[in-house]
Design a protein around this ligand. Structure first.
Ligand code: MG
Length: 286
């Protein structure tokens, strides 16, 4: 089942996508309403996809969790030594809900960075309240999957000189580079868990202006979806509608020194999950 959040007549609604262009409306509010407890009887009205504005499946997740360095080839392209997962915890970080961007909307280049990059990622939406999950049980806490782009600023500039020899500067710049408005587009819909029998067997591909930049498989994750969800749940209670982005394969712009420019179009696709398309718009003024 493919579930959508969208704007119709100025109000947020959620429903199910049928075929390529018809939505069966389930009710008011975004998909977090459905995740909290599906309505006994869907509203049953139908609308054409072209008559609504699709939003991110969860437009304002309470928690938006990222993971750094979860594909060995991406670690290698960054010049770092191979990671030994037996001696490593997943490198989770949190992003603000203001980073979420709807499918089709423009990623605005920020005033504080000249190096804005792409990261195609499998997105996971949590479906139940969960704490301390075992890996074997973790996927049962997942509502479904979506396509995500962990847009990342690779350098930050705030208009004054800083002590860039201090490693803490690099660490906090790295974090801040994930937090910018609109830097976490995901969608266009949520595919429910039962329709994704193996989240570790999905082809993932990203194109910029039609040119393939990333082409990987979720089988190459260092920590699987189940391991990431279980680990996150050892640290914090997960709730329905929390979103986890699972890391990016090789092929980011930083590895070749190529960054996004106004007018670019980014197209991310994952097997069975559709395509997430966002353009890039002009730099904001400070
Ligand atoms: Mg990432």
């Amino acid at each position: 089942m493919r579930l959508l959040t969208y704007l119709r007549d100025g109000a947020v609604r959620h429903g199910r996508l049928h075929g390529e262009d018809r939505i069966e409306e389930f009710g008011d509010g975004d998909l977090s309403v459905w995740l909290a407890g599906p309505a006994a009887a869907p509203r049953g009205t139908e609308h054409l996809l072209q008559d609504v504005r699709v939003l991110a499946p969860i437009p304002r997740p309470a928690k938006l969790i990222g993971v750094a360095a979860n594909y060995q080839e991406h670690v290698a392209e960054a010049g770092a030594p191979a990671l030994d997962k037996n001696r490593l915890a997943p490198r989770l970080f949190l992003m603000p809900p203001t980073a979420v961007l709807a499918p089709g909307e423009a990623i605005r280049l920020p005033s504080v960075s000249e190096q804005v990059d792409w990261e195609a990622e499998l997105g996971v939406v949590i479906g139940t309240t969960a704490k301390g999950l075992a890996v074997a049980d973790a996927l049962s806490a997942v509502a479904g999957y979506t396509v995500a782009n962990d847009v990342s600023a690779r350098s930050m500039s705030y208009g004054f000189d800083r002590d860039t020899d201090d490693p803490a500067v690099g660490f906090f710049d790295w974090l801040a580079g994930k937090w910018l408005d609109g830097f976490a587009p995901f969608g266009p819909y949520l595919v429910t868990r039962e329709d994704v029998p193996d989240p570790q067997a999905l082809d993932i591909r990203l194109r910029v202006n039609g040119v393939v930049k990333q082409h990987g498989s979720t089988k190459d994750m260092i920590f699987s979806v189940a391991e990431l969800v279980a680990f996150a749940s050892t640290i914090m209670t997960l709730h329905p509608g929390d979103v986890l982005m699972t890391g990016t394969p090789a092929g980011v712009g930083a590895s070749s020194g190529e960054f996004l420019s106004a007018g670019d179009e980014i197209h991310v696709s994952i097997t069975g999950l559709g395509s997430l398309i966002n353009s890039v718009s002009a730099r904001e003024t400070p």
